[in-house]
Write a protein that binds this ligand. Structure first.
Ligand SMILES: Nc1ncnc2c1ncn2[C@@H]1O[C@H](COP(=O)(O)OP(=O)(O)OP(=O)(O)O)[C@@H](O)[C@H]1O
Ligand SMILES: [Mg+2]
Length: 404
């Protein structure tokens, strides 16, 4: 099936949502190019917000031709001049003018591509056509010369209503069934990235042309798993401690789950015994700290744990393993652990009730706990119970889950 992000590339500026000001500004820059002081526009903003497609839509409306050069192909001035020079020389019959687009300059690295950055700088100075550069992060030092020679324009992260409108339009065209609430929920999930939102929509409605709440929940689980896999990949595959240390930053799983994921997947990645031994040494130290946190609430140990399971494990190998490994969720151990956690919560709840009702914990476990979810179903009773027995958030969560 054709990717929806291709099928629904905005053809006109009217179809670009949420970026009115910057699109207008960019259009003006192209139209008034001969009067502009700077030859180039540097447009920047997060991924999937319409940078590339806006350039094409504006050019189309104005009847301009876009000459696109890929930033990473531009290793030196010669290559650039050759590619751009040739394209400029060819007179197109119908186009009123040409725009040179250097897309995604982020890929240029400061060291190896110095030639490339210099070549683009030179292109800006010499160009008799509007030049447009795009970047997600243009504030890196290496781009300072490009910045000073360009009109800087920002594409903002898209607000959820714009995403909602984009998705709604696609659903209507594609005859995908949805209700507003579910589509709104999907629009909120993508972090203002229209490309991600459209791809999610396609993945969720591929089999059945209907968007359901359940499928969105599934997506949440899948993204979560993907996140932790990326984190594992970072730790296992790098020897650069700076990269490793931040690996778990955007991972939602709590520490125990992180430890379990590492435990499960470590032997698949580190196949040399001495590497594996060193890595498990780190993991076991992290585990010791984690127990101390649980027992004595020494939360400052979290920093040590993070260092051990990221940089520690990354540094445990002599060199990178080049083979490709599919990381798996923890199977057996995780299930056991969950079961234990659940049992522990149940016991904690029973203990609280036993204390207040002067009964034995055993009695409560047998005769009260099974009926608690029923009582918990009623809203009025619920708050009464929570207050009376002083259940904490985790216990309340456990009770809620029993009700479902
Ligand atoms: N503002 C928008 N309005 C409508 N559709 C959009 C918008 N932004 C993105 N899209 C959709 O997302 C797709 C990707 O957009 P585009 O390639 O322009 O993103 P980008 O900002 O250049 O991202 P990247 O930085 O990753 O290159 C488009 O094909 C289009 O379908
Ligand atoms: Mg782009």
């Amino acid at each position: 099936m054709r990717p929806l992000i291709h099928k629904y590339i905005p053809k006109t500026t009217k179809e670009i949502f949420g970026q009115d000001d910057v699109v207008k500004k960019l259009g003006k820059f192209i139209v008034n190019f001969s009067k502009e002081k700077k030859n180039s526009a540097l447009i920047y903003g997060p991924s999937g917000t319409g940078k590339t497609c806006s350039v094409y839509a504006i050019a189309d409306e104005l009847g301009y031709e876009v000459i696109e050069v890929n930033a990473s192909d531009m290793r030196n001035a010669e290559q650039i001049n050759q590619k751009v020079g040739n394209a400029i020389k060819q007179q197109s019959l119908f186009a009123k003018g040409k725009i040179i687009l250097v897309d995604e300059i982020d890929g240029l690295s400061g060291h190896e591509d110095r030639g490339g950055i210099q070549a683009i700088t030179k292109l800006i100075e010499d160009s008799s056509f509007p030049l447009i550069l795009t970047a997600t992060n243009p504030f890196d030092n290496k781009f300072s010369s490009l910045r000073s020679k360009s009109n800087i324009m920002e594409f903002k992260q898209l607000d959820y209503l714009s995403i909602f409108k984009i998705l709604k339009k696609i659903c209507d065209y594609e005859k995908i069934k949805y209700d507003d609430g579910t589509l709104r929920a999907l629009s909120r999930r993508c972090g203002g990235d229209a490309r991600a939102a459209i791809n999610d929509l396609q993945a969720l409605t591929q089999e059945k042309k209907e968007l359901t709440v359940e499928s969105i929940e599934e997506l949440a689980d899948r993204n979560k798993t993907e996140n932790i896999m990326t984190a594992l990949n970072k730790v296992f595959k790098t020897t650069d401690l700076k990269i490793a240390i931040s690996a778990f930053e955007s991972v939602e799983e709590d520490l125990n789950e992180q430890l379990l994921w590492i435990d499960e997947n470590l032997p698949k990645e580190y196949t040399k015994p001495e590497d594996l031994a060193r890595a498990y040494e780190m993991l076991s130290k992290a585990d010791v700290f984690s127990r101390r946190i649980k027992r004595w609430q020494h939360y400052r140990f979290l920093v040590y744990i993070n260092a051990l399971i990221t940089a520690g494990i990354a540094a445990a190998k002599n060199e990178k393993y080049r083979n490709f490994v599919v990381y798996k969720p923890t199977g057996r151990i995780l299930k056991l652990w969950w079961a234990k956690q659940k049992a522990a919560k149940k016991k904690a709840i029973a203990e609280k009730i036993a204390l207040k009702t002067h009964s034995s914990k055993k009695e409560i476990l047998k005769n009260t706990i099974p009926y608690l979810p029923v009582i918990f179903k009623s809203r009025e009773m619920r708050s009464g119970i929570i207050n009376e027995f002083e259940f904490d958030n985790e216990e309340i969560e456990w009770l809620k889950n029993q009700v479902k």
